[in-house]
Design a protein around this ligand. Structure first.
Ligand SMILES: Nc1ncnc2c1ncn2[C@@H]1O[C@H](COP(=O)(O)OP(=O)(O)OP(=O)(O)O)[C@@H](O)[C@H]1O
Ligand SMILES: [Mg+2]
Length: 307
């Protein structure tokens, strides 16, 4: 089921286009990553989805409810945290959740217990928030976002400041929520490696524009179509380069051989014709073309992204 649909969303602040006609979807049971460098527009998008900002153009609907036309029903189905969870440090985790629960109708004490259990904070829930680690605060933040039982959970860089164990715990928790509770998760990050491990799909945003979408699982299935970087180590780099030029592949002499990007199923034919050409092949090394490379080739650069 489709939980979030963003269509041609544009946000202009003081005549500056922060988001330029972005479109994306999130389905139930799915963790969808929103990956982009600092200033790309992630927080802005998330604030719009949570109804904290005014839409300039385009539509957002949550569970089929347009957030402009049917704000209340849309908001009933979405919970989220923007930047950091806002907690009362002098209160306990439980008191914080009770306070937030009081802002919604019909959240019972048992509901709160269930959510505390879900985010695995039962052991520390009676302690004051000021004694919590960052990871524990994140858990309470997620619990808070889940209190009114939304179908869609929206999290803005929740792994910020977490150590690798904290990140793994968060990842396991979100996977549990998406797969067992059938919740859709929309999560932003600027860390690709983290997104690759956590998400089912990833949208890449740069300068307010969605520049790519990746289906993580699909890649695993159709191995033959994925492109890899291959280095052919042979006795004749010149001849090999000419061979690739003739095929209109761009190659480079590096890594002790000739490097070229090919899909896996092209390799056997190429090796066969190199043998025909009397080129001696000592090795063909395959380097996985990671999402990182795709990301870098899609974004304008690596360091100078901030507008
Ligand atoms: N209230 C505002 N007024 C003016 N410009 C804003 C405002 N909020 C955001 N921006 C600008 O919009 C752009 C996108 O900001 P946003 O916070 O959405 O990026 P982000 O992807 O969340 O970045 P980060 O990874 O640093 O959190 C930035 O250029 C930012 O300066
Ligand atoms: Mg941000």
């Amino acid at each position: 089921m489709e939980l979030l649909r963003i269509e041609n969303l544009t946000k202009t602040i003081k005549k500056k286009k922060i988001l330029d006609s972005i479109s994306l979807t999130v389905n139930s049971g799915e963790i969808v990553g929103f990956l982009g460098p600092n200033g790309a527009g992630k927080t802005t998008t998330i604030k719009l989805v949570l109804g904290l900002f005014h839409i300039t153009e385009g539509n957002i609907s949550v569970c089929g409810h347009d957030i402009t036309k049917d704000f209340e029903n849309a908001m009933k189905n979405v919970g989220g945290i923007v930047e950091n969870p806002d907690l009362y440090k002098r209160l306990t985790g439980r008191e914080n959740l009770e306070y937030f629960a009081s802002m919604h109708d019909g959240i019972s004490s048992e509901n709160i217990d269930g959510i505390v259990e879900l985010v695995k904070m039962s052991g520390r829930i009676k302690d004051k928030v000021k004694t919590y680690s960052l990871g524990m605060c994140q858990r309470i933040g997620i619990a808070q976002a889940l209190l009114h039982n939304p179908r869609l959970l929206v999290l803005d860089e929740p792994t910020n400041g977490l150590d690798p164990i904290g990140i793994k715990e968060l990842r396991d928790m979100l996977k549990f929520l998406s797969k067992e509770a059938d919740i859709g998760v929309f999560i932003s990050s600027h860390l690709l490696s983290e997104m690759e491990l956590m998400c089912d799909r990833i949208y890449i945003i740069d300068n307010g524009v969605i520049i790519g979408e990746k289906d993580i699982h699909q890649e695993e299935e159709s191995v033959d179509d994925i492109t890899y970087q291959y280095t052919f180590v042979t006795d004749n780099n010149t001849k090999l380069t000419a061979y690739f030029n003739a095929l209109q592949y761009s190659s480079a002499v590096e890594n002790g051989g000739v490097t070229v990007v090919l899909s896996r199923n092209e390799v056997p034919n190429i090796i066969a014709s190199l043998v025909q050409e009397d080129i001696k092949i000592f090795a063909v090394n395959q380097k996985h073309r990671t999402l990182e490379q795709d990301f870098l080739s899609m974004t304008s650069g690596t360091k100078t992204q901030i507008r």
